[in-house]
Structures are given as structure tokens and as C-alpha cells.
Write a protein that binds this ligand. Structure first.
Ligand code: SAH
Ligand code: AVI
Length: 329
């Protein structure tokens, strides 16, 4: 669907189509391990809660990636000279400014295309960026990045496609593969793919450190997790009682990922319009997010399957986070 809304902002799909959302949620809740997609976290409240999480002492990924961008963007942008930047899951694009600043330092920068499922939030991001970068064309797209997206035709070359913040980790191997493959297919000769990923425990990083990032003392991650139930109640008319669930997050060494769950405090039945219901046993959980952690061999294997090749790979000195520039393979 292509729909023009105010401020020259294009809506090219309807990620919050309620019928599809209800079906997707009910299908996830019918699985043996009940699941809700993490893309439903990001309404206005959820997006703001995520922004607050990024400022927590416990949540190291954002500031670590910011430091890497600050250090490497002057060099990488200078070498590659991207004229366009397409960012998947852009959110508030706070860190993106470090890329845009370098791009606009020369005269080559032309277009920034932030893509996000959180419609109102990305609209506000675009409005703020237009004021900050008046010479740049900002063309936001509200879309689910797990589906094919119609990008503006004839993006100036070279273009960079970016997926920052370790958002890749919120997709399972199959979805990640599909997403990377679609990114690779879009890359023309000279284009680049910029990826930020959170790394697995290592010499300086313990699993406990990782778990702390998802179990902050202020309870912001718990609030972010529980907010998805309010979103479902509002959007599809379910009657989840958020006070009957509690937040749980843990690192699975075997799967190499953080899992976030909402655990039912008691036996309960949640109803949905259309006479559907879902029962929960006491202690039964619904998994609301996976956050995969990576190492270089895993990324290289994913890239090889997708048709991407690592050109540059940098990490912070403690090996917490990696920033990667790739080319089509
Ligand atoms: N890139 C930012 C934000 C990361 S939070 C950063 O690095 O800080 C993840 C972002 O991806 C949110 O803004 C969320 O709305 C968006 N997002 C999550 N799942 C998505 C999906 N399936 N399609 C499009 N955007 C998605
Ligand atoms: C957006 N994404 C990469 C975050 C993560 O770390 O997986 C979302 C998040 N969930 C809890 N805290 C932050």
C-alpha cells in the first residue's frame, strides 16, 4: 500500500493492520512455547521506553556502538563517500547523526531513508532531522523490515544500507537470513551494508553482564516488556492483565541469545474478540523477544549464505560490540 500522509511522508505498508496482527498474535500464542513478535513492542510508549533503556548504565550496547561510530565513521565515510543512507529500524536515529554528520561534511550526501515499524515515532524523527540537515532529502518509510520494502527508486550511488543497534539479533536465523539476503540483493557495485551487532560473552564480557543489560534495576526493561500486553489490548482488543505477568530475561549459552519472557503468575485465560481465548498455566511464559549475540564466524556464515562479504570489522577494546561494513559478495 502506498499512502501519502502529511509532511511528505510516505506510508508504503500498513504494519499495524489489526486483522493481520490478531492472526499473527494468536498463531504465536498457539505454539508450544508461546511467542509474541518483538516488533509489537514499538508503539509510542514502547519506543520511548526503549530510548530510556539505551541511556541505562546496564544497557551498554548503545553507547558502545556510538563510540565505534564516532571513531570509525570519519574514516569509513571518507573512504566510501556514500551519497544515500537507508536505515532499517532507525528509531530515533540518535547515533545515525554520527554518520549523517560525516556524510554532509562533503557535498555528496543527498538522501536519508529511515525505515521503521513505529509510525508516529519515525515521523517525529524525520521532522527533527529535516530541521537539522536542511540540505538532505529525508524520506521515511513506515514498514515491517521482515517483508519486502519498496525503497525510493534510483537511490543516488553509492548508497549504504544500515542495520544498527544489534536489531539483527531480534530475528531468528531464518528471518535474519532472509533479511540479509534482501539487503545483499539491493546492493549495487560500490554500495555498502553497515551492521552493528552485540557480541557473545568473551574474555572481558560475562554472561552475567549480558543478563544485567536486560534486567535493569530501575525496571525499565520490565516495563518495556509488559507494555506489549497494553498494546495488544488496545490494538486487537484482548484482555491481558499486565499485573498477572512478570518480566524474565536470561542468557542461553546454548542458543547464544538473550530471551525475554512474560511469565504468568497464576492460571488464567485471556480472551480475544471473535470468541478466541488463550490459557496460561501458573509459571507458563510467552517469549516476547530473542536477542541473538554473535561472533565473527557466525556473522561470516550468515553473510556467506546471504551473499555479503565483510570488508571492515571493528570492536571496542573489551569485545562487547562489533561494527561491520560489508559489500555484496
Ligand atoms: N536503530 C536504533 C533503534 C533500535 S530499536 C538504535 O540502534 O538504537 C529497534 C528499532 O527497530 C525500533 O525503532 C523498532 O520500532 C524497529 N523495529 C523492530 N522490529 C521492526 C520490524 N519488524 N520492522 C521495522 N522496524 C522494526
Ligand atoms: C532493539 N533491540 C536490539 C534491543 C535488544 O537489545 O535486543 C531491544 C531491547 N530489548 C530489551 N532491551 C532492549
Amino acid at each position: 500500500m502506498t499512502e501519502a500522509v502529511g509532511e511528505q511522508i510516505e506510508v508504503r505498508s500498513d504494519p499495524h493492520d489489526r486483522v493481520a496482527m490478531r492472526e499473527e498474535v494468536l498463531a504465536g500464542l498457539a505454539r508450544e512455547q508461546k511467542e509474541i513478535s518483538p516488533k509489537f513492542f514499538y508503539d509510542e510508549v514502547g519506543s520511548h521506553l526503549f530510548e530510556e533503556i539505551t541511556r541505562l548504565e546496564e544497557y551498554y550496547p548503545t553507547r558502545t556502538e556510538r563510540a565505534l561510530l564516532k571513531r570509525w565513521m570519519p574514516i569509513w565515510v571518507d573512504a566510501a563517500g556514500p551519497s544515500a543512507l537507508v536505515e532499517l529500524g532507525a528509531g530515533s536515529a540518535v547515533k545515525t547523526r554520527l554518520i549523517l554528520d560525516e556524510m554532509t561534511r562533503s557535498d555528496g550526501a543527498r538522501v536519508y531513508v529511515p525505515v521503521d515499524v513505529s509510525g508516529d515515532f519515525i515521523r517525529k524523527t524525520a521532522i527533527a532531522l529535516r530541521a537539522e540537515y536542511p540540505r538532505l532529502t529525508i524520506e521515511p518509510i513506515v514498514a515491517d523490515i521482515t517483508t519486502p520494502i519498496a525503497l525510493p527508486p534510483e537511490l543516488p550511488a553509492p548508497a549504504w544500507l544500515a542495520l544498527l543497534g544489534s536489531t539483527l539479533g531480534n530475528f531468528d536465523r531464518c528471518q535474519a537470513n532472509e533479511l540479509l539476503r534482501r539487503c545483499a540483493e539491493r546492493l549495487r557495485p560500490g554500495d555498502g551494508f553497515l551492521l552493528g551487532v552485540d557480541l557473545r560473552p568473551g574474555t572481558h564480557k560475562s554472561a552475567a553482564r549480558l543478563e544485567d543489560a536486560y534486567n535493569d534495576e530501575d525496571g525499565l526493561t520490565a516495563a518495556f516488556n509488559l507494555n506489549v500486553l497494553q498494546i495488544l489490548n488496545r490494538e486487537i482488543g484482548s484482555d491481558f492483565d499486565p499485573s498477572a505477568f512478570e518480566h524474565r530475561a536470561f542468557y542461553s549459552e546454548e542458543a547464544g541469545r538473550i530471551e525475554m519472557h512474560l511469565v504468568s503468575k497464576r492460571p488464567q485465560r485471556v480472551t480475544f474478540p471473535g470468541e478466541a481465548f488463550v490459557s496460561f498455566r501458573a509459571g507458563e511464559s510467552v517469549r516476547t523477544e530473542i536477542s541473538c549475540k554473535y561472533d565473527r564466524p557466525t556473522i561470516e556464515a550468515l553473510f556467506a549464505e546471504a551473499g555479503l562479504a565483510v570488508e571492515r570489522w571493528v570492536e571496542d577494546e573489551l569485545g562487547y560490540f562489533a561494527l561491520i561494513l560489508a559489500r555484496g559478495g
